[in-house]
Design a protein around this ligand. Structure first.
Ligand code: ADP
Length: 369
C-alpha cells in the first residue's frame, strides 16, 4: 500500500529544506565575516570603516592601539571627530561623504607618528555611498630614515667645506709666493685650485639640495614671473659674456610659490639651456597656459637636445650625460635634481620633451593655490 503525501507533508519538507539552506547560508556568512576579520587583522596599518554620519563602524586592533588607547571614548559613540582632533582630516572625511570620491592626506602627524591617509567609498547603494574605508599608512620609519639621510648629507657637505676652503687658500698662497722659476709647480697648483673649486661647487649644491629636502614647509607668495626671469637673465649674462642670450616670454604673469626657490630653479634650468648650447645666439622661449586649478610653464631652448634614452634619468642625483661635445662643461649632475625637488615642494610636476638636435622643452605644472 502506497502512502500518498498530503500537502502538509510537502510543506513540512519544503520548510525543512529551507531551514537547512538558511543554516548553510548563515554558516557561510559567519565564515565570510571571520575571513574579513582575519584580513582586517592581518593588515599591520590601522584601518577602519565609517558611515555617512562619521560613525566608526569596523576597525582592526592596530587602529585601536594607534588611536584609541588613552582616549576615553564610549565604544557605542565612536564619532570620528571624537577620535581624531585634526581638523584637516575631519574635513577629508566629510569631503569623501559629500563627493563620493577617493581622498588622500599625507604626512599627518598624530601622537608623534607620521601617517598617509587614503579614504575610499566602498559600498554604493542606489548611488548613495554609505560606507567608507580608511587606510592609515604609518610612514614614520620612512620619514625618519629620510631625515637621517638628509641630515647626514647636509652635515658632510657642511663639514667638508672648511678643510676644502683651507686647501684652496693655502694653494693660492703658494701660487702667489712661488718664484718665477718654479714653473714645474705652476700646473699642479692650478689643478689643485681648480679641483677644490669643483668640489666646493658640488658640496654647495648638495647642501642646497638637503636644505630644500628637509624644509617641511615653504613660504609661498604671489610674485611676478617676468621680473624674476629678468633678474636670472642678468645674473647669467655676466657668467656668459660671450653669448647673446634672448629670453622670449609670451606675456607677463604671476605665480604663487616660494620666490627664492624659483630663483634657484630658473637659474638651474636657464644655466643648462646656455651652457650646453654651442650656438652663439641662445634663444629661450617661455610660454604659459592657465587652467582652472593649474598653471603650465613651458621653457624651450634651441640647444643640442637630449637623447631619448637619457630623458628618464636626467633628474636623478649626480646623473650627467657623457658625450665628447660636453667635455669641459662644468657640472655636478645635481642641477635638475634640485629643480625637481623644488617642484615637488610646490606639489607640482616637471617633465621634459626633447630630441637630439631639436632643443629641449621643460614643462612645469603647478597648482594655482
Ligand atoms: P649638470 O650639473 O651636469 O648640468 P643637471 O642635473 O643640471 O646637471 O643636468 C643633467 C644632465 O642633463 C646634464 O648633464 C645635461 O647633459 C642634460 N641637460 C640638462 N639640461 C639640458 C638642456 N637644456 N639641453 C641639453 N642637455 C641638458
Amino acid at each position: 500500500m502506497f502512502y500518498k503525501k498530503n500537502e502538509w507533508d510537502l510543506l513540512n519538507e519544503i520548510l525543512l529544506l529551507t531551514e537547512e539552506n538558511l543554516l548553510i547560508q548563515k554558516e557561510n556568512l559567519l565564515l565570510e565575516k571571520h575571513h574579513a576579520h582575519i584580513l582586517l587583522e592581518s593588515i599591520l596599518d590601522p584601518i577602519f570603516t565609517f558611515d555617512n554620519f562619521l560613525n566608526c563602524i569596523q576597525k582592526n586592533s592596530s587602529f585601536q592601539k594607534s588611536f584609541l588607547l588613552n582616549q576615553n571614548i564610549n565604544p557605542k559613540e565612536q564619532k570620528l571627530w571624537n577620535i581624531f582632533k585634526e581638523n584637516e582630516l575631519i574635513q577629508k572625511f566629510k569631503k569623501v561623504v559629500e563627493d563620493n570620491k577617493i581622498q588622500t592626506l599625507n604626512n599627518l602627524i598624530i601622537n608623534n607618528r607620521y601617517y598617509n591617509f587614503t579614504i575610499t567609498p566602498v559600498y554604493t547603494h542606489t548611488n548613495n555611498s554609505n560606507q567608507y574605508l580608511c587606510i592609515c599608512h604609518d610612514i614614520t620609519e620612512l620619514v625618519l630614515i629620510n631625515k637621517l639621510r638628509v641630515d647626514f648629507v647636509a652635515n658632510i657637505s657642511h663639514e667638508v667645506r672648511t678643510p676644502l676652503t683651507s686647501i684652496k687658500g693655502f694653494s693660492q698662497l703658494l701660487q702667489n709666493a712661488k718664484k718665477s722659476t718654479d714653473s714645474d709647480i705652476e700646473l699642479p697648483l692650478s689643478r689643485i685650485i681648480y679641483n677644490c673649486e669643483k668640489l666646493e661647487d658640488m658640496f654647495n649644491r648638495l647642501l642646497k639640495l638637503s636644505i630644500i629636502e628637509s624644509q617641511f614647509s615653504i613660504t609661498k607668495i604671489m610674485f611676478s614671473f617676468d621680473k624674476l626671469i629678468k633678474l636670472v637673465k642678468s645674473n647669467l649674462a655676466t657668467k656668459y659674456p660671450q653669448k647673446e642670450i634672448k629670453i622670449e616670454l609670451d606675456s607677463e604673469f604671476e605665480i604663487f610659490g616660494d620666490e627664492l626657490l624659483f630663483d634657484q630653479l630658473l637659474t638651474n634650468l636657464i644655466d643648462n639651456s646656455i651652457k650646453y648650447n654651442s650656438n652663439k645666439d641662445i634663444i629661450i622661449k617661455i610660454e604659459h597656459e592657465l587652467s582652472l586649478d593649474f598653471i603650465k610653464i613651458i621653457i624651450t631652448d634651441n640647444g643640442p637636445g637630449i637623447d631619448k634614452d637619457q630623458l628618464g634619468r636626467i633628474f636623478e642625483r649626480f646623473y650627467r650625460v657623457n658625450k665628447p661635445a660636453y667635455e669641459g662643461i662644468e657640472g655636478s649632475g645635481l642641477g635638475l635634481s634640485i629643480v625637481k625637488h623644488i617642484i615637488n615642494k610646490h606639489n607640482g610636476q616637471i617633465n621634459v620633451e626633447s630630441e637630439l638636435g631639436q632643443g629641449s622643452r621643460f614643462i612645469i605644472q603647478l597648482p594655482l593655490k
